[in-house]
Design a protein around this ligand. Structure first.
Ligand code: PGA
Length: 261
């Protein structure tokens, strides 16, 4: 399976950090640090809080900066009485390209279920955006040998009802929960092994073509110093970056992982 056919996607998940002024500064710095050579070989997205998206869009579009705008979450309906929620249609209107679905923090803190996440994936696709479907195991699950089962189950549930073409265009992020924000990264071998499990599940549910084109990100304490080794793995096609994406220099260092390989 030739990895070169899958352009790596490096995504910055800012979580609940940066107000819109800080967001503008961060993307301006990022635009300064990244160059044409980078965008030719790597796709880049930033996922600010909702309140920043319009400002980030304005900055990126004014300068024609080829960084995609992402969101961290959305609801499944187009509009209606859903106090506090943001619809996929609203995000599409802001030229959002990627929406994270089923991040472990949404699952654990906000009780999102596999079923809701599947509906969210479908809603994101319906509005012409690309879901980044997240999966990953807890430390207890890993220690009990349950990683493959947990991750396979989440991926299967998240992809239910999708066509092979839709699955092939998706991004799936494997993020071991014990590695998120902890400074602990899965070894490149372990990350590769689980990303391979994800690709095998995709092959099983959507066929070989979808498995060859779906992009699988690794996430969990990715830094400039470990990005190159992770990205060199055959089934890792990008990174979902939390903490290190808040600082433009660090995130740029990850996007430019080729320079450390
Ligand atoms: P981290 O977060 O890079 O801070 O570990 C990753 C994520 O939760 O997407």
């Amino acid at each position: 399976m030739a990895k070169s056919t899958r352009t790596p996607l490096i995504s910055g998940n800012w979580k609940m950090h940066h107000n819109h002024f800080e967001a503008i500064q961060t993307v301006q710095k990022l635009a300064y640090l990244l160059h044409k050579d980078d965008y030719e070989v790597v796709d880049v997205s930033v996922h600010p809080p909702f309140t920043d998206i319009r400002s980030v869009q304005t900055v990126l579009e004014a300068d024609d900066t080829p960084i995609s705008i992402g969101a961290q979450h959305c609801y499944i309906e187009e509009k209606g009485a859903f106090t506090g929620e943001v619809s996929p249609a609203m995000l599409a209107k802001l030229n959002v390209e990627y929406v994270i679905a089923g991040h472990s923090e949404r699952r654990e803190i906000f009780g999102e279920t596999d079923d809701l996440i599947n509906k969210k994936v479908q809603a994101i696709l319906k509005w012409g955006m690309t879901p980044i479907l997240c999966c990953g195991e807890t430390l207890e699950e890993r220690e009990a040998g349950g990683t493959d089962e947990k991750v396979s189950g989440q991926v299967r549930a998240g992809l239910a009802g999708l066509t092979p073409e839709q699955v092939g265009g998706l991004v799936i992020a494997y993020e071991p929960i014990w590695a998120i924000g902890t400074g602990r990264t899965a070894t490149a071998d372990d990350a590769q092994a689980t990303c391979k499990v994800v690709r095998d599940v995709v092959a099983e549910v959507a066929g070989a073509d979808a498995a060859a084109s779906v992009r699988i990100q690794y996430g969990g304490s990715v830094k400039p110093s470990n990005a190159a080794e992770l990205m060199a793995q055959p089934d890792i096609d990008g990174a979902l970056v939390g903490g290190a994406s808040l600082v433009a220099e660090d995130f740029a260092g990850i996007v430019q992982f080729r320079q450390n390989s």
